[in-house]
Design a protein around this ligand. Structure first.
Ligand code: AMX
Length: 435
C-alpha cells in the first residue's frame, strides 16, 4: 500500500475507535441549541457535522489542522528557492494531520503526475459544448464525464464490504485531484484560445504545471498559483460547496459525482462565483467612472449607487467570518511583495478602505470586511488572466483538495447518510401556539 494511504488508514482507524467510545459515553450531550430564526435563516451556525480537515474561527479565520495561513507559509515545503507553499503539502496535512517533509511532498507530486491521464471521451464531451458555455458548466460536465473512471462506483457494483469504502474513495480522490488541472486548462484554452492546447509538463509540480497548461509562462504567476491553490482549498464543512460534496457523498454517490455537485454550489454568485463578480464589478466601475485610477470618493459614490440598486458588493461579507479574511490578507501580502505598482491592485486596496464603513453604516451587514474573492481577480488580471468567467474554475480545482480529503475521512469513519429534519410553516405556527 502507498505510504500516504497506509498513514491515512492507520490514523482514521484509531480515530474511529476513539469516536466509538466517546459516543458511547457522551452521545447524549447537548452541543447546540437551535432557534427559529436559524431554521428560517439558512441554518447559520448550527453545529451538525464532522469535518476533520479544517476549522473556521469567526475572528481568526481558517485553520488547517490547527495551522493558520501565515504558519503554513513558514512550515509547508516550497519549490527550491520558492516562497509559496506547495498545495501538495496542504493536501498531505489535511489528509493525515502532519506537516509533510520535502520528500513526502515530492512523492505526492509524482503520484499526481502518474495519475493525471484524462480519458479522451472527457475532451470529446467538452468539445461538443458551445464554446460560450460558462466555464463552470463545462467543468461540472467534464467531472461528470470522468465518473466512468470511478473506482468507488465499480467496487460498490462488485459488492464491496462497507469497512472498505475508504479505499476506493482515496483512489478516486487522488485520481480526480491529479486530473483536474488538465481538464481545467483544457476548458480555458478551448474557451479563450480557439482550442490551442498546451501539453502537460510532467517535470513541474501540480500547480506549476497547471499554470504552464494555462499558457502563462511566468515564474511569479506559478508562485501565485501555488498560493492560490493552497488558500482556496478548504473552509471547514458548512460552506455550500463543501457541504454539498459531503451531503451527496453521504448517499454513497461516488467522489466524482459528489464533487461535480459541489461545483454546482461553488458556481453561485453568493459563493465561489463572487470572484468573477468582483472583477466584473471593478471593470464596470472603471468604465462608468472613465478612469483606471479612481479616487476613494469616486469609489464610495459608486458603491453607494450599487447598494441603492439592491445589489450586494461582491467580495465583502461572510456567513461566518467577522474580520478581514486571512485569505484576502495573504493575497494582499503577495501583491505587496510582487506588484505594488499595479493600478488594479490599488483599486482593490482602495475598496478595502472604502467599503467596510459603508456596509457598516447599513446596520444589517454582519461582516463588512473583504473575503477571499475581493483580491484574487486583480492578481490574475495583472498576470494576463483577464477572462473573469473562468475564475471560479480555479477556485474549484483548489477546493478539490479539501473536500476530497474530507470525503476520505467521512468514508473511513463510516459517517452515515445525512438527513436533517425539515418542518413546514404550519408546523412552526402550531409549535408556537403550544408554547
Ligand atoms: N453587500 C451588500 N449587502 C450585504 C453584503 C454585501 N457584500 N453582505 C451582506 N449583505 C446584506 C445581506 O444581503 C442581508 O441583507 P437582507 O437582510 O436585506 O437580505 C444582510 O446584509 C445580512 O446578511 P449577513 O447576515 O451579513 O450575511 P449572510 O450570512 O446572509 O450572507 C454572504 C453572507 C457572503 C452571502 C453575503 O455577505 C454576500 O452576499 N456577500 C457578497 C457576495 C460574496 O462576496 N460572496 C462570497 C463569499 C465567500 C465565498 O463563499 N467565496
Amino acid at each position: 500500500m502507498d505510504p500516504l494511504k497506509q498513514k491515512f488508514i492507520d490514523k482514521a482507524s484509531a480515530l474511529k475507535a476513539e469516536i466509538k467510545s466517546l459516543l458511547r459515553e457522551h452521545g447524549s450531550k447537548k452541543v447546540d441549541e437551535v432557534v427559529l430564526s436559524q431554521v428560517f435563516g439558512g441554518a447559520r451556525g448550527i453545529k451538525m457535522m464532522i469535518w476533520e480537515t479544517s476549522n473556521l474561527d469567526p475572528v481568526k479565520g481558517i485553520r488547517f489542522r490547527g495551522y493558520s495561513i501565515p504558519e503554513l507559509k513558514e512550515l509547508l515545503p516550497t519549490r527550491p528557492g520558492g516562497k509559496e507553499p506547495l498545495p501538495e503539502g496542504l493536501f498531505w496535512l489535511m489528509l493525515v494531520g502532519e506537516i509533510p517533509t520535502e520528500e513526502e511532498v515530492k512523492w505526492l507530486s509524482q503520484q499526481w503526475t502518474n495519475r493525471s491521464n484524462v480519458p479522451e471521451h472527457v475532451f470529446r464531451v467538452l468539445d461538443s459544448l458551445p464554446v460560450e458555455t460558462h466555464p463552470m458548466t463545462q467543468f461540472v460536465m467534464a467531472i461528470s464525464a470522468l465518473q466512468t473512471e470511478s473506482c468507488f462506483a465499480r467496487r460498490y457494483d462488485e459488492g464491496i464490504h462497507k469497512s472498505e469504502y475508504w479505499d476506493p474513495t482515496y483512489e478516486d480522490a487522488m485520481n480526480l485531484i491529479a486530473r483536474l488541472p488538465r481538464i481545467a486548462a483544457y476548458i480555458y484554452r478551448r474557451t479563450y484560445f480557439n482550442g490551442d492546447h498546451i501539453p502537460p509538463d510532467i517535470s513541474q509540480d501540480w500547480a506549476g504545471n497547471f499554470g504552464h497548461m494555462l499558457g502563462i509562462e511566468n515564474d511569479e504567476f506559478k508562485s501565485l498559483m501555488r498560493l492560490y491553490m493552497t488558500i482556496h482549498a478548504d473552509h471547514e464543512g458548512g460552506n455550500a460547496s463543501a457541504h454539498t460534496v459531503h451531503l451527496v457523498g453521504s448517499t454513497l454517490s461516488d467522489p466524482y459525482l459528489s464533487f461535480a455537485a459541489g461545483m454546482g454550489a461553488l458556481a453561485g454568485p453568493l459563493h465561489g462565483l463572487a470572484n468573477q463578480e468582483v472583477i466584473k464589478f471593478i471593470f464596470r466601475m472603471l468604465d462608468a467612472l472613465g478612469t483606471e485610477t479612481p479616487s476613494k470618493e469616486q469609489i464610495a459614490d459608486y458603491v453607494q449607487t450599487t447598494l441603492s440598486r439592491g445589489q450586494v458588493i461582491p467580495g465583502y461579507g461572510h456567513a461566518v467570518l467577522r474580520q478581514p479574511d486571512p485569505r484576502f490578507m495573504a493575497q494582499k501580502a503577495f501583491a505587496e511583495d510582487y506588484l505594488q505598482d499595479s493600478d488594479i491592485v490599488q483599486v482593490v486596496w482602495n475598496l478595502f478602505e472604502v467599503v467596510p464603513p459603508i456596509l457598516q453604516s447599513l446596520g444589517k451587514v454582519k461582516n463588512p470586511w473583504p473575503n477571499v474573492d475581493a483580491h484574487s481577480g486583480a492578481l490574475l488580471v495583472h498576470y494576463g488572466l483577464k477572462q473573469y468567467s473562468y475564475y471560479t474554475v480555479l477556485f474549484g480545482v483548489s477546493r478539490a483538495l479539501g473536500v476530497m480529503a474530507a470525503l476520505c475521512w467521512s468514508r473511513a469513519l463510516g459517517l452515515p447518510l445525512e438527513r436533517p429534519k425539515s418542518v413546514t410553516t404550519k408546523w412552526v405556527k402550531e409549535f408556537i401556539a403550544e408554547q
